[in-house]
Design a protein around this ligand. Structure first.
Ligand SMILES: [Zn+2]
Length: 406
């Protein structure tokens, strides 16, 4: 297939995923349209499809109001939080020590400063969950506080480029909460009036979503698993995070259509990397409890195709023969670069189960992960995508598979 054709297919997929569908958050209608689109494209290319149902939660809000005396403050409902309409005395908390020792039962609390520096991992998130976070959750759940106000700043590495970031984003945590800018949180903290009224018009909605897996058989026992998450955060078109990754899978479904592979190949559209319950990933793990030892290689694409710089291939635990094949392909391709290790993606799942893995992304993002203000915001749209980068990655992965077959 020539580059012109590849470019036009790349554009078609990215427009379908980012423009025709405006929201790919887990549980949304757009998310189901996206997995349907993925499934139908793979079916056209003769892949065997497995579609796995996930019971998930959609969520919406009509805004939130915080009133303290005559002053109203700008607040936002925490994603997946329950709604509320409540009033009470405000107690400010800036450390875990204060959280443990202040009288907070029946109060509305303001979390600000030190304690609000980072996003608290969802309580049932198993991949990374610092003891400190679990402690904050457990104290709050046993505290009988009426509601929580979080005043936050920037934390791109963990929360993406959003300011303020939602400190709590957890559909399994049942104390209503909102978040606000750190600067305004300090004003509220210094407000002499201590009675506040808080309303959050948020609502949880039971919904469905799907993982879609495309399969191609092969005579070898061990398979190659190529993954990209298809969901996006609410409020972002999710072009780089991660429509480009899904587009690479779609291009591969076409490039590998008539390829006679020794290794069985799986193309997996994961549904949940940017969702508090990571439902699709958890489902895949459950289905593969004893199947990870049959994976010879995982290639995960997330954050690829940024307009600036090369694509980065970070290599994890590759056996020498695979490593030399991949390094040679990287070396011969000016658009690719071997990247530094990073772990905030679905390749981490495969690494936990001892599978060799390649994480494909954009060098620019890996190098600017602590300062970028793009991911999880409206800025992550098609204007920042370099379409050539996207199909070049598909061609490079095709070349890797081709070489592994020799
Ligand atoms: Zn992502």
């Amino acid at each position: 297939m020539n580059n012109e054709k590849l470019l036009s297919i790349t554009k078609r997929h990215l427009q379908a995923l980012c423009l025709d569908i405006s929201d790919r958050s887990v549980g949304s209608e757009g998310n189901r349209h996206a997995t349907d689109y993925f499934k139908n494209e793979l079916l056209k290319n003769n892949w065997n499809i497995e579609e796995t149902l996930l019971n998930v939660m959609d969520w919406k809000t009509n805004g939130a109001i915080l009133q303290c005396g005559q002053t109203s403050y700008e607040v936002f409902s925490s994603p997946y939080s329950l709604g509320c309409s409540t009033q009470g005395e405000l107690v400010s908390i800036s450390t875990i020590y204060e959280l443990e020792n202040k009288e907070i039962s029946g109060k509305i609390i303001l979390l600000h400063g030190e304690i609000a520096k980072e996003q608290i991992m969802p309580k049932n998130f198993v991949f990374y969950n610092p003891e400190k976070h679990q402690r904050v959750i457990s104290i709050l759940e046993n505290s009988e506080v009426k509601a929580i106000i979080c005043a936050t700043g920037h934390n791109p590495a963990l929360a993406g480029g959003v300011y303020p970031f939602p400190m709590l984003e957890d559909g399994d945590f049942n104390i209503p909460s909102v978040y606000m800018k750190d600067a305004e949180g300090e004003q509220l903290n210094n407000d002499r009036e201590k009675m506040v009224f808080l309303e959050s018009k948020a609502e949880r909605i039971p919904e469905t979503a799907y993982n879609v897996i495309g399969r191609k058989s092969g005579i070898a026992k061990k398979r190659i698993v190529i993954t990209a998450h298809i969901d996006a955060k609410k409020g972002t078109p999710g072009a780089i995070d991660n429509a480009t990754g899904v587009t690479v899978l779609l291009l591969l479904s076409e490039l590998l259509k008539d390829f006679n592979s020794k290794y069985p190949i799986e193309l997996v559209a994961f549904n949940g990397e940017d969702y508090y319950a990571v439902s699709g990933q958890m489902k895949y793990i459950e289905q593969n409890e004893n199947g990870f030892s049959d994976i010879s290689l995982n290639i995960n694409i997330d954050g690829a195709g940024y307009k600036i710089g090369e694509s980065s291939f970070s290599l994890f635990e590759l056996p020498d023969d695979i490593k030399s094949i991949v390094q040679k392909i990287i070396k011969n391709n000016p658009a690719l670069k071997e990247g530094l290790p990073w772990y905030q993606g679905d390749h981490s799942i495969f690494l936990q189960y001892g599978c060799p893995s390649i994480a494909v992304s954009s060098s620019w993002f890996i190098e600017n992960i602590d300062t970028q203000d793009i991911t999880h915001t409206p800025k992550d749209n098609l204007e920042i995508v370099n379409y050539e980068r996207v199909y070049e990655i598909a061609l490079a992965i095709h070349e890797i598979i081709d070489n592994l077959n020799k």
